[in-house]
Design a binder for this molecule. Structure first.
Ligand SMILES: NC(=O)C1=CN([C@@H]2O[C@H](COP(=O)(O)OP(=O)(O)OC[C@H]3O[C@@H](n4cnc5c(N)ncnc54)[C@H](OP(=O)(O)O)[C@@H]3O)[C@@H](O)[C@H]2O)C=CC1
Ligand SMILES: O=C(O)[C@@H]1CCC=N1
Length: 265
């Protein structure tokens, strides 16, 4: 069980999904969760589940054990300043904000607070996130607590801060890249004969199967691809045509462009 009181500042896509995911996990009482945003009417569903809602970040942070920052990057430093007067050294501050490093967060929040960064993806809405965590906090107990919270919402790993930009690209942006593959596969599927709905279902189940093969076996994708590519066959013809058109190269260049965007700020 999670006995701590959790405040989520910014109940949008991620903040809201975390609250719903935690409730679903049954590891925490809904009344131990507070979610803030300015348009409170958009938090009605969470309120119906027993979550406390407010537009007062300071009040919501006062008695929280854990404060999760799920606002936009351009707001994060201002909002830390806003809640700083009520922060204390027993509290854990977890920033989900992309592109704002631990050093900057520590500078603004002060070194007393226990600061973590967590980088999830939108599959957190179905408790299937890949969440990467970084921190300077040394306490195993606190690290395990933060891991435990995000483990309710998918898979979680602690990494060093210098890898957080790469983690943001590969996991958080990565889900959009994977979905764009799916959209393209569907469009191709429609052109060769399926209706959109059927093409979507076939594509989604096929991607799920590919994911399962890799996660279950830990084998390199190319080993699984080798099992599909009959010599002089149909698959290798398609794969090679995709590579001639720059499939892998364009994906890698896209990842690097996203990475450079974070690095440049
Ligand atoms: N989306 C993603 O896939 C990922 C996002 N991130 C990071 O997570 C953060 C949140 O992203 P996301 O959930 O997509 O963004 P959203 O825009 O969906 O959520 C941000 C929320 O903050 C609320 N908000 C704005 N101002 C305030 C304020 N002063 N006080 C309290 N709440 C406020 C907004 O609601 P209202 O306007 O009603 O106040 C909104 O619901 C970003 O920093 C992003 O970098 C990280 C990994 C993945
Ligand atoms: O695109 C963005 O900036 C955010 C951070 C990672 C995913 N979405």
């Amino acid at each position: 069980m999670i006995d701590q009181k959790i405040t989520i500042i910014g109940g949008g896509n991620l903040g809201g999904a975390i609250a719903f995911g935690l409730i679903k996990s049954k590891q925490i009482q809904p009344s131990a969760i507070t979610v803030t945003r300015r348009r409170l009417n958009l938090l009605e569903k969470l309120q119906e589940q027993g979550v406390k809602i407010t537009n007062d970040n300071v009040e919501a942070s006062k008695n929280a054990d854990i404060i999760i920052l799920a606002i936009k990057p351009y707001q994060v430093l201002e909002i830390i300043q806003e809640i700083k007067p009520v922060l204390n050294s027993n509290q854990i501050l977890i920033s989900l904000v992309a592109g704002v490093g631990l050093q900057k967060l520590e500078e603004v929040a002060g070194s007393d607070v226990q600061i973590f960064r967590a980088m999830p993806n939108t599959a957190i809405a179905i408790q299937e996130s890949m969440t990467l965590i970084s921190t300077n906090v040394k306490s195993e107990e606190l690290r395990n607590l933060v891991l435990h919270i995000f483990n309710q919402l998918g898979q979680t790993t602690i990494i060093t801060e210098d890898l957080m930009a790469a983690a943001t690209v590969l996991a958080s942006c990565g889900i959009a890249f994977a979905l764009r593959y799916m959209r393209a596969a569907m469009q191709g599927g429609i052109e060769i004969g399926f209706g959109a709905e059927m093409a979507q279902f076939i594509t989604a189940q096929t991607v799920k199967g590919a994911t399962g093969l890799i996660l279950d076996s830990g084998r390199h994708p190319e080993q699984e691809i080798d099992k599909v590519t009959t010599p002089r066959g149909i698959t290798i013809t398609g794969l090679n045509e995709m590579e001639h058109k720059g499939f892998s190269s364009s994906l890698i260049q896209g990842l690097i462009a996203s990475f450079n965007k974070i690095e440049k700020g």
